[in-house]
Design a protein around this ligand. Structure first.
Ligand code: ADP
Ligand code: MG
Length: 261
């Protein structure tokens, strides 16, 4: 008998309401340890809102999220991060005026519990650990440059390096390849695959590019108007008529799996 798969994170009947508007409605989702799950759906489906709830940036109007055996409502942001739940943002959120290395060092400081960034106390170990994170994503050559001077694709890599500095177990990536051209997108997809394998990550990611989704995901959840429309393997989702009709009837004219918007 195969062992029961362990649940890394569990959202139970999560509803998120802004005034009268229900952005996410009674969504339940179990992330199995080690899986790479894509969250897809048309613009406005509620993906980022669900990410915000799952990463504890928003407290759900109803429902609960459990992580590391606890209801996240009872955990501080620091505790959640220390337990290895780490996210990136749809809009790249590095500190543009810090150097690339300092961006990663800031994450190391926050992991090590420093209240302030005391650069002059930055020891060799932190520098080496930060350089290691940069090397892992292939941008260590930019260590002493300002983040703002890098290409957008390299800024996306820096976001991943910052996430790695936080020692993730579960990584949430909100549109990790948004805004980059096709070749850069492909290299980011390969990088994400490699990081998941090397660091044994559990991944939940939102993504519009269907080639990226089908390359990375081993399971897909489809959100539509704040609700789960379908969940299954990439093959299940590709052939699901409800999913097709949502995509074909929306601003995503490309067939699923054929390189969407
Ligand atoms: P997605 O990431 O799938 O494109 P979002 O989660 O960003 O969708 O948004 C889902 C819906 O919720 C959208 O209609 C959006 O306008 C709305 N929404 C998101 N955040 C807020 C907010 N803070 N206040 C009001 N409405 C919001
Ligand atoms: Mg979004």
């Amino acid at each position: 008998m195969s062992p029961t798969p362990s649940v890394a994170l569990s959202a139970r009947n999560v509803t998120m309401q802004f005034g009268d508007f229900v952005a996410v409605q009674s969504v339940s989702l179990d992330l199995i340890a080690g899986e790479r799950r894509a969250l897809i759906g048309p613009n406005g489906a509620g993906k980022t809102t669900l990410f915000n709830v799952i990463s504890s940036r928003l407290r759900p109007s109803r429902g609960e999220v459990h992580y590391a055996g606890r209801n996240m409502a009872s955990m501080t942001a620091d505790a959640i991060c220390r337990q290895g739940l780490v996210r990136t943002f749809q809009i790249t959120s590095i500190f543009p005026r810090l150097t690339v290395l300092q961006n990663v060092q800031a994450a190391l400081y926050s992991r090590h519990g420093h209240a302030r960034w005391v650069w002059q106390r930055c020891g060799k170990v932190d520098r080496e650990e930060a350089l290691d994170c940069l090397a892992t994503v292939g941008i260590d050559r930019f260590a002493d440059e300002h983040g703002a001077n890098m290409s957008y694709g390299d800024q996306k890599r820096l976001e991943l390096a910052i996430a790695l500095a936080l020692k993730p177990k579960v990584l949430l990536l909100d549109e990790p390849t948004a805004g980059v051209e096709a070749q850069t997108r492909r290299s980011l997809v390969e990088l994400i695959m490699r990081l998941c394998a090397e660091q044994k990550l559990t991944l939940l990611f939102c993504e519009h590019d269907m080639d990226a989704v089908f390359r990375i995901a081993d399971r897909i959840t489809v959100l539509h108007q704040g609700q789960v429309l379908a969940e299954g393997t990439p093959e299940d989702i590709q052939s699901d008529p409800r999913v097709r009709s949502v995509y074909l009837g929306s601003s995503h004219p490309a067939p699923i799996g054929g390189g969407g918007a």
